[in-house]
Structures are given as structure tokens and as C-alpha cells.
Design a protein around this ligand. Structure first.
Ligand code: CO8
Length: 374
């Protein structure tokens, strides 16, 4: 089997951002308008009044302080409460492809290779903006890459499942170099009128380059030691948006056509599942948790990550052992663990080990053990 190294990462961050305070101000203006407009029905007990949101609650419950978005104005307008993005003509790059290309260029630079050195492009994410043609094939075309490309969706776990897919292709010899991208416009699938979830997500794109160690130029990359994936069906995180919606016009615009979740249940059920997966993955590779320098965890909830890291390490994690980007980026679905890895990997020395781990809807969870080369 060929040895696989991760030789570059890239991050595209949208220019616009929304603080908790800004988000809550617009949400509460929406709530006031809604309650005023429906005062009679609320008074008659026909519908429930909406409750206001709170910035201190959001930070305490999730660790989120801010999120980057592709359109701030539409989201913050209490009469719209959604990003407003003009549909682009078919001969212009799509939004996801444009974001992906920017992250890809940075990753190629770190890997010290050209786009046309890549054999395969994978877009692995939660929020694909169209059915077909694949966003990955569009990115392949924009970057001038030969070979092949395909999209895959395993919700928030897409990045680690994407790394495993690229790793398997390189090990078996079907590709020498794979580009794996996580392009997420989560704001497009987020119900900004829902108090329980309006604060959770942000927009971003990340990219990872995987190479056969024999052809890699960047000798300071990260060897992929081993990968693991776990899935277990659950309805606790769900989005029923899809092409069959038009066949049921009465329910086409219902709230379940956007992100919905039972957050508490997700927290309770997924956290132990992820901690167990990492613990078993390390044990099966004859590795001790105290040999890990860092865990780059999926960025959904700060308390959840502290729980997982404590279970794996046996003690409270320091910020150095379990860095967070949630405060600035919020939950960016598949991209979260890769943003953390991208921002907190440069201090690794040869031989240092860490785990990239993502988890989410499905349920799904993936773990990638890496060791700094060089
Ligand atoms: N402001 C003020 N109070 C609030 C708010 C708010 N915004 N929201 C809820 N409350 C209140 C509730 O009403 C409740 O009040 P009471 O106790 O009186 O009933 C109280 O606060 C506590 O509510 P919760 O129990 O809901 O709060 P939690 O402490 O559980 O925190 C979280 C909520 C932050 C959502 C938490 O449960 C969580 O993060 N869970 C984990 C979720 C998770 O990891 N999900 C992953 C999903 S992502 C994924 O897989 C990819 C999906 C695809 C991306 C889609 C893009 C859109």
C-alpha cells in the first residue's frame, strides 16, 4: 500500500461577518413584528408568541460569538431573514465553486504543486447548491485539472469521510494526488426565524491536498497514520429539502425543508459515540491518548468538544490540546475541523501526532490520525 501525506490546506473566509449581538438584535426585531402582527391570534391562544433570543445564552450554550456569511444584509433584515443571492448564469462560476477555488489555491501553494498535478477532486460537504453537474467537476474545470471529480455529502462528517476516500484512492493507486474541498454556505439552509438554531452556522470553504508520499514536494506535511468512519441512523438532525418537495406543494415550504435538530439529544448521543470512536481508533493503532499533541475536533459546540476531549485524554483539555475556532466561525459543518487544523498545525514538530475528527448528521463520525513528517 502506498503511504499518504497531507501536504497542504487552504481556507476561504467570506468578507462579511455577524456578531451574536447583531444577530440577536435583528431576530428580536423579527419577533416583535411577528407578535404584533399576530396579537389577536396569540391572545386567543391560537398560536404561541415568539420568545426573544439572547447573545449571552448563545455564547454560553455553544461558544459561538461570531459567524462569517456570504450575505449579511438579507440575514439581518427582519422582513427577509435569509441571505439574498442573485442566481448566476450557467456560464459564470457558481458560488460554491468560486469559494472552493480560493481555498484550493492556498492549499496548492502550501503543497508546492500546480493544479494540473492533481488527479482527483472531491467536494465533500453538507450543502451542495444544485443537483448536477457536480460542483467538484466545475472546480476541476476552473482549475484546469485532468482526471476525475465527484461530490459527496456526509453532512458535518464530510471532511474526514472525504480524507478517507482520498486516502483509499492513493493507497490503492487509483490517484497520486487528491484535492478534497469543503464548501459550505450553511446560511442558505439555516432558519434564521428559529430561536433554537438561528445562531449555529456560518459560511466558509476549506481545502486539503493528499499525496502519495513518493511524489510529494512538501516534506513537512502530515502522514496519514489511519482513518476510521462510523455511522448510525438518527432523525435528530434532519433536513427534508430535496427534488421531491415539488411533488407535495402543500408542504413544500415547511420548516423541515431547512436544518432542524433536537440539539440536546444530539449533544447527549453523539458526544460519547465520538469519544469512544477516537479511543478505540487509538487503541487499535497501539497509540496512547497521552501521546496526542492535539485534537482538531468538529466545531459544533464548545461544551461538546470539551466533553469529548476530556473523555479521550482523561483530563480537561487545554486550548493548545483542543483548539477552537467556533468563537469566530460558528459551526461551518464539514469545514470546522479543517479550519481548526489549518489554523493550528504550524507549530507541530516532526513526529508530533494529532487527530482530526468530525461528526454530525446521520449520525456520522470520522477520525483521521496524523503524524507530522520531516
Ligand atoms: N436565546 C435564549 N434562550 C434560548 C435560545 C436562544 N436563542 N434558544 C433556546 N433557548 C432556551 C430554551 O428555550 C430553553 O429554555 P427552557 O430551559 O426554559 O426550556 C433553554 O434555553 C435551553 O435550551 P436547549 O436545551 O435547547 O439548549 P442547549 O443547552 O441544549 O443548547 C445547542 C442548544 C447549542 C443547540 C446545543 O444543544 C448543541 O449545540 N447541541 C449539539 C448540536 C450539534 O452538534 N449539532 C450538529 C449539527 S450540524 C450537522 O450535522 C450538519 C448539518 C448540516 C448543516 C446545515 C447548515 C444549515
Amino acid at each position: 500500500m502506498n503511504q499518504v501525506v497531507l501536504t497542504g490546506t487552504g481556507l476561504f473566509t467570506p468578507e462579511q461577518s455577524i456578531s451574536n449581538e447583531e444577530l440577536v438584535e435583528s431576530f428580536n426585531a423579527y419577533v416583535e413584528k411577528f407578535n404584533a402582527k399576530n396579537a389577536a391570534a396569540i391572545e386567543a391562544g391560537e398560536i404561541d408568541a415568539l420568545a426573544p433570543s439572547s447573545a449571552p445564552f448563545i455564547e454560553k450554550a455553544s461558544g459561538i460569538k461570531n459567524r462569517f456569511v456570504v450575505d449579511k444584509e438579507g440575514i439581518l433584515n427582519p422582513d427577509i431573514m435569509a441571505p439574498q443571492l442573485d442566481e448566476r448564469p450557467n456560464d459564470a462560476p457558481s458560488l460554491l465553486a468560486e469559494m472552493g477555488v480560493k481555498a484550493a489555491q492556498q492549499a496548492l501553494e502550501e503543497a508546492q504543486i500546480e493544479a494540473n498535478d492533481i488527479d482527483a477532486v472531491l467536494v465533500a460537504c453538507s450543502n451542495l447548491q444544485r443537483a448536477y453537474p457536480a460542483i467538484s467537476i466545475e472546480i476541476q474545470d476552473l482549475l484546469g485539472i485532468d482526471g476525475f471529480a465527484f461530490d459527496m455529502n456526509v453532512a458535518c462528517s464530510s471532511a474526514t469521510f472525504g480524507i478517507q476516500t482520498g486516502y483509499d484512492m492513493i493507497r490503492s493507486g487509483s490517484a497520486k494526488r487528491v484535492m478534497m474541498l469543503n464548501t459550505e454556505v450553511c446560511s442558505g439552509h439555516l432558519n434564521f426565524c428559529d430561536r433554537d438554531s438561528h445562531f449555529i452556522f456560518g459560511d466558509v470553504a476549506t481545502a486539503v491536498i493528499l499525496e502519495d508520499a513518493e511524489v510529494a514536494t512538501n516534506q513537512q506535511g502530515f502522514e496519514i497514520v489511519d482513518t476510521r468512519m462510523v455511522t448510525k441512523f438518527s432523525n435528530n438532525i434532519r433536513n427534508n429539502f430535496g427534488f421531491l418537495n415539488r411533488t407535495s406543494p402543500d408542504t413544500r415550504d415547511d420548516k423541515d425543508k431547512l436544518f432542524i435538530q433536537e440539539g440536546r439529544k444530539v449533544f447527549r448521543e453523539v458526544s460519547p459515540m465520538v469519544a469512544q470512536m477516537i479511543t478505540d481508533h487509538l487503541a487499535d493503532n497501539n497509540l496512547e491518548a497521552n501521546g496526542l499533541r492535539r485534537m482538531w475536533l468538529h466545531q459544533a459546540n464548545r461544551n461538546m468538544n470539551d466533553f469529548i476531549a476530556k473523555k479521550v485524554l482523561g483530563h480537561d483539555p487545554s486550548d493548545d490540546q483542543q483548539p477552537t475556532v467556533l468563537d469566530q466561525y460558528a459551526n461551518t459543518s464539514s469545514a470546522g475541523s479543517i479550519i481548526a487544523f489549518h489554523k493550528f498545525k504550524s507549530d507541530f514538530e516532526a513526529g508530533d501526532m494529532g487527530v482530526i475528527c468530525s461528526f454530525g448528521a446521520g449520525y456520522s463520525a470520522g477520525s483521521v490520525i496524523v503524524r507530522r513528517a520531516g
